[in-house]
Design a protein around this ligand. Structure first.
Ligand SMILES: Nc1ncnc2c1ncn2[C@@H]1O[C@H](COP(=O)(O)OP(=O)(O)OP(=O)(O)O)[C@@H](O)[C@H]1O
Ligand SMILES: [Mg+2]
Length: 364
């Protein structure tokens, strides 16, 4: 039997926004805790007082908002006000608020008997907008630099085709191809990231032999020119079975191995072990496959360890976009695993991630 639906009314106290109600005489008759916090006033300083006096709101041009709107004496057809950015004198500096007003009339054209104000803190919202703005400008910049070379070389080739030798043309076309690949990869990564951020990343699980996947990837890196002696793959004889998305696991391994070669140095060691880990807080430890990728480079500074998984963070040496590890963490967590970074015994960086062993319940 399903439980009875909870039909208890939701009061203004439950609302995330600040809510304040004034009666027909402009007296504050109700307000919630969010309003007290956002308006930075004491509840008793507001209740029962004239809202126009206790909240002398101004618009951004310094006009007195209550005089401009006048809900109680203004047009009888008004039903409220759309959201506006308003300023309220504060202790040290004005408080920026987004305010929406709804007027309630007991009958058609009757005088207003309730004014309901909804208030939101504008600073915190502006902060998210600023973060979005920074993200957009980083993405735009990352996309523009490879496209500038694509555009530059194609324009030059089209205009002066006959003046270049075959070798020069080949070089330009190779650069164009390389940069076009970079744009494609970047767009694919950005799409994956937006899926991760929205919790919509699809993980198509099936039994995956992570050791073979790792060896295959290493073989491919060797085939494309990396020295075979640079890699060592060690695996326990009995590894737990893992249900995962093979393409995503390859993406994780590829990013970690590529980082170890590009940002690290010396031999890159990949260890696959069985282990156990608490994956759900409060639950017992579960069997996991543990994968670690270590190198012999300079490693990552203590101060940067927390930052490596943030998007667009990259160290002193540029070259990458700083999306790789953000993506890797998202992919590992989408599989129910964990990833950490530390220092390898050899002094280089060591990335260690886990994947839950055995099939998840819903997979037959
Ligand atoms: N094995 C490593 N050794 C030293 N530093 C590393 C290592 N792996 C990552 N880092 C540091 O962490 C930063 C972030 O790595 P991440 O993979 O997210 O981005 P990236 O490699 O710079 O670019 P992308 O992977 O998007 O091409 C790197 O720029 C580098 O400074
Ligand atoms: Mg990387």
């Amino acid at each position: 039997m399903s439980p009875e639906p909870d039909t208890s009314p939701v009061g203004i106290e439950h609302l995330p926004d600040g809510v304040l109600v004034a009666d027909g005489a402009a007296r504050v008759v109700q307000l919630n805790s969010a309003a007290v916090r956002i308006l930075q006033r004491q509840r008793d300083d507001l209740l029962g007082r004239d809202v126009r006096e206790v909240l002398p709101l101004q618009d951004t041009q310094g006009r007195r908002w209550w005089t401009c709107t006048d809900p109680w004496n203004g047009l009888a057809t008004r039903t409220g006000h759309r959201e506006r950015l308003l300023l309220l004198p504060g202790k040290e500096q004005p408080i920026e608020l987004f305010v929406t007003a709804t007027y309630h009339r007991p009958g058609h054209l009757a005088p207003v008997d309730r004014v309901v104000l909804s208030v939101r803190d504008a600073i915190s919202r502006r902060r998210t907008h600023e973060e979005d703005g920074a993200l957009i400008s980083t993405v735009a910049h990352e996309l523009r630099s490879p496209l500038t070379s694509v555009k530059g070389f194609t324009a030059t080739l089209l205009r002066r085709w006959d003046r270049f030798t075959d070798d020069q043309k080949r070089f330009m076309l190779e650069t164009i191809e390389h940069d076009a690949d970079r744009v494609t990869r970047l767009i694919t990564e950005l799409l994956d990231i937006s899926r991760i951020d929205a919790g919509r990343l699809e993980v198509r699980r099936q039994p995956v032999d992570v050791e073979s996947a790792a060896r295959r990837y290493v073989d491919r890196m060797v085939a494309s020119g990396t020295d075979a002696r640079q890699f060592v793959v060690n695996a326990d004889t009995e590894l737990p079975e893992v249900w995962a998305d093979p393409d995503r696991i390859e993406q994780v391994l590829a990013n970690l191995l590529e980082n170890a070669v590009r940002h690290g140095d010396g031999t890159v060691t990949l260890d696959l072990m069985s282990g156990s880990e608490v994956l759900t807080p409060g639950a017992a430890a579960e069997p996991v496959l543990v994968v670690s990728v270590s190198d012999e480079g300079e490693g990552i500074d203590e101060a940067d360890l927390q930052r490596v998984f943030t998007r667009f963070w990259h160290g002193r040496r540029r070259g990458g976009t700083g999306l790789g590890l953000y993506l890797v963490r998202g992919l590992v967590e989408a599989h129910g695993g964990r990833i950490t970074v530390g220092r390898a015994a050899s002094g280089g960086a060591q990335f260690r991630f886990t994947l839950p062993a055995s099939a998840p319940d819903h997979v037959a």
